[in-house]
Design a protein around this ligand. Structure first.
Ligand SMILES: [Zn+2]
Length: 104
């Protein structure tokens, strides 16, 4: 059985978190700030999540960034295999459905 005693997952957010959150989202123009591994560019998808860049206890706006739901899930979930997962997502996004007129 895994022992979770050492991992402190509880997040303590400041009372004005909601205000900070909105400020960060506005600052980033509601665009995901995650830099993609495959393109080296920002994801720029619609962002409605605010994430701690480094220290989870540091709620300074400089330590906060806007993320889309997908990247927020990626980050808060397992940190491993992110590059591989992104490459896969990019491939799936670029493989457009075939033109209906080209069906055999
Ligand atoms: Zn994103």
């Amino acid at each position: 059985m895994p022992n979770w005693e050492g991992s402190d997952r509880k997040e303590t957010l400041p009372p004005d978190w909601e205000k900070r959150r909105l400020r960060v989202l506005r600052r980033d123009r509601y665009r995901c700030q995650h830099v993609r591994y495959d393109t080296g560019r920002k994801c720029a998808a619609f962002a409605n999540q605010v994430d701690h860049i480094n220290d989870r206890e540091d709620h300074d706006e400089r330590n906060l960034q806007s993320l889309c739901e997908w990247h927020h899930l990626r980050k808060s979930g397992s940190q491993g295999g992110t590059a591989a997962a992104e490459a896969r997502q990019a491939r799936e996004a670029s493989s457009k459905p075939r033109h209906p007129g080209l069906r055999p």
